[in-house]
Design a binder for this molecule. Structure first.
Ligand code: AMP
Ligand code: MG
Length: 350
């Protein structure tokens, strides 16, 4: 299959491109499209057959459910059994936006969307290209991230092309995504809101709104316990470049010194070594590839560039990458969740 690439101007959306893409979805095909989090790999969310193609294209395990993307509240009622008061409060505050909520599903939602669960993840994105596509296709669009399973999520159309060229009918190129980390997933089917995957809508924001919110203990356990994550996708190794990633924790100047000595050791073995630094430290490293994720206190910028930087280490063919770590407050919890997974929870404390 030849993959069509259609460049779109977010401020002046070409309705012909949206119609062409909506037609592909209605005929059961796959379209990758930008959202405010990462690029999504979309299919008709009410078609078992169309959704199966997503798993094939990504090489995704069949028990890892997809997220349904909706464009208005009427569409929500079409696919979920009930909207609990807790969900209503969270939706009113954060939709449209980078937040997925878990609901009890209606029978019309296919098993290939939910991985056999009786719940469904739903998101109302704010990105206008995504919203136009949902409106024009008149469908809830099932979409996980548009990467090959296990690779860092795509934040640019070129990342999608690299992973899925020939496996998807169209890629809509809407430039770089705003947040660069996948949506926060919150279970609102119980008495309290439980974060199943951290993201740009933070625990602190939910606590401000609701007075109380929990994080799934399996997320905080960092791979050290047998706790099974409630979001099935969180149990898989993710976001990994080909290089081995190792995190180095400690006081900054000690971390820089330690990483530089590890770089030298590995270079002596003939390995190509990368360092994931910050703007403050990048000039202090002596490695084959030094890339900054942004200024240390700017977690929004770090979130937006993390996956792009992880992919760059692959591009430069690094064998091993050492990375600094970040505080796990605010969006930092999401950043460290993705970094820990990229590193397979491998870290050195200095
Ligand atoms: P992706 O869009 O690639 O980030 O994948 C969707 C994520 O949503 C995966 O981590 C899934 O495990 C999660 N997800 C989707 N539906 C549900 C659900 N019903 N319950 C819990 N997690 C879900
Ligand atoms: Mg994904």
């Amino acid at each position: 299959m030849e993959t069509l690439i259609r460049k779109i101007d977010n401020l002046n959306i070409d309705s012909e491109i949206i119609k062409e893409a909506a037609g592909i979805l209605q005929r059961g095909g796959l379209v990758a499209f930008p959202t405010e989090t990462v690029y999504g790999l979309g299919a008709n969310g009410l078609s078992e057959e169309a959704c199966k193609k997503i798993y094939e294209a990504k090489g995704r395990p069949s028990d890892n459910p997809l997220i349904l993307h909706i464009g208005d509240f009427a569409q929500l009622e079409q696919i979920v059994e009930e909207v609990p008061a807790l969900a209503k409060k969270v939706m009113d505050a954060f939709w449209p936006g980078p937040l997925t909520l878990i609901f009890k599903k209606k029978p019309c939602v296919p098993n290939s969307v939910t991985g056999g669960l009786d719940t469904v993840g739903v998101r109302f994105p704010s990105n206008m290209v995504a919203r136009e596509l949902i409106r024009e296709s008149k469908l809830p669009i099932a979409a996980p991230s548009a990467n090959s399973s296990g690779k860092p999520s795509p934040t640019k159309a070129s990342h999608v092309k690299f992973d899925l060229d020939g496996k998807v009918e169209m890629i809509i190129d809407g430039g770089s995504t705003d947040f660069g980390l996948e949506s926060t997933i919150v279970d609102v089917t119980g008495d309290v809101a439980v974060i199943l995957r951290p993201g740009a809508i933070t625990k602190e924001m939910l606590v401000d709104l609701l007075g109380y919110a929990e994080v799934d203990p399996a997320i905080l356990a960092r791979g050290t316990s047998n706790a099974v994550p409630k979001a099935p996708g969180m149990k898989y190794t993710h976001y990994s470049p080909k290089a081995q990633v190792i995190l180095v924790k400690g006081e900054t100047s000690v971390v820089v010194e330690k990483i530089n000595s590890l770089v030298a050791e590995n270079q002596a073995k003939g390995l190509k070594v990368g360092v994931m630094a910050t703007d403050e430290t990048k000039d202090r490293y002596k490695a084959d590839i030094v890339l900054s994720v942004g200024a240390r206190n700017d977690e929004i910028a770090i979130g937006a560039s993390l996956f792009k930087i992880l992919r760059k280490f692959d591009f430069f063919a690094a064998d091993i990458v050492y990375s600094e770590v970040f505080a796990e407050t605010g969006e930092g919890l999401a950043i460290m969740n993705r970094l820990n997974k990229a590193a397979g929870y491998n870290y050195i404390e200095v």
